[in-house]
Design a protein around this ligand. Structure first.
Ligand code: ASP
Length: 294
């Protein structure tokens, strides 16, 4: 049995369908998640991942991605990368071809070029229009980022489980809309945006990247499962902790989801509902989680 999870309604559907297609054609678990995220990055209609996503406050699209496998904790990540898609493939190459975990910014871009990837303009008419609109109405970056839930909820974080048991987690995003240039959120940070441990399970996050990073949300969820909680209990434990300890972060939604090595999964969200796609050997289902409070 292969179980795949992917965040959010529309982008999650694109990613999980593509991931399952790869899996059904024989892909290993890492390639399955990479394929799902790469397809979503190349889909210019998805506004928070890859080409056509929402730019930073200077109008430039900067992408973050990460991947981690639970056998030996091998991990790769890139952050603040411009002109390159799919960055999930660059993250995978960092894991497989370098002794490092993360490469950043222009140097990550150089690394991608050294792999033979071609630079391209990631903006689209739609992303340029969004930016022009924002420039007219939102001159204060900090106020906007911290006061708006607009355009959030398209980052894709995925978890995969196969017999072994073996788990992989991966994430790809353009981060918060109109963020300060160089800003990096939770998604490419191992422990914050993703975590995978074959002895326990895996977890992922999406939403308010600063709060989720401070919470080290994914590792916190996996550790909670290691100490006996179900995935649902573990996710609620993390989000309740965030609500209690970081009340100011509640201007934006934060979400954690997790799956244990038995294939049980759960999620918790604050402020707004969260949709999680589940695929068990080609059977697809979208589960909606309502926000919790203390
Ligand atoms: N967590 C992402 C970030 O802060 C954004 C998102 O999940 O929508 O970069």
């Amino acid at each position: 049995m292969t179980t795949l999870l992917a965040t959010w309604d529309r982008p999650g559907e694109v990613a999980i369908q593509s991931a399952w297609k790869a899996r059904s054609q024989g892909a290993d678990l890492i390639s399955t998640l990479e394929q799902g995220l790469a397809t979503a990055e190349l889909d210019e209609n998805l506004i928070a991942i890859g080409a056509g996503s929402v730019p930073n406050s200077k109008g430039i699209i900067e992408l973050d991605a990460s991947i981690m496998e639970g056998r030996e904790f091998r991990s790769g990540a890139v952050c603040a990368v411009t002109d390159i898609v799919p960055v999930i493939s660059v993250a995978r190459a960092v894991m497989e071809k370098t002794p490092h975990v993360m490469l950043a910014g222009d140097r990550a871009r150089d690394f991608a070029l050294s792999l033979g990837m071609k630079p391209r303009d990631l903006s689209t008419e739609n992303s340029r229009e969004r930016y022009a609109e924002w420039l007219k109405t939102q001159p204060d970056v900090a106020a906007y980022v911290h006061a708006s839930t607009d355009k959030m909820g398209d980052t894709i974080t995925m978890i995969g489980l196969e017999e072994g048991p073996h788990v992989v987690a991966a994430s790809s995003t353009s981060g918060l809309p109109f963020k300060l240039p160089g800003r990096v959120g939770d998604s490419p940070i191992i422990g914050a945006g993703i975590y995978a441990d074959d002895e326990v399970g895996a977890a992922g996050a999406t939403g308010n990247g600063e709060a989720l990073w401070r919470e080290v949300a994914s590792l916190r969820a996996v550790e909670a499962m290691a100490h006996g909680m179900t995935p649902q209990q573990a996710c609620e434990h993390v989000i309740r902790h965030l609500i209690r300890r970081q009340p100011e972060s509640l201007a934006l939604p934060s979400v954690v989801f997790a799956m244990n090595v038995k294939g049980e999964f759960g999620a918790a969200t604050c402020i707004s509902p969260f949709q999680l796609w589940v695929c068990r050997d080609g059977e697809f289902e979208m589960v909606v989680f309502e926000p919790i409070s203390l």
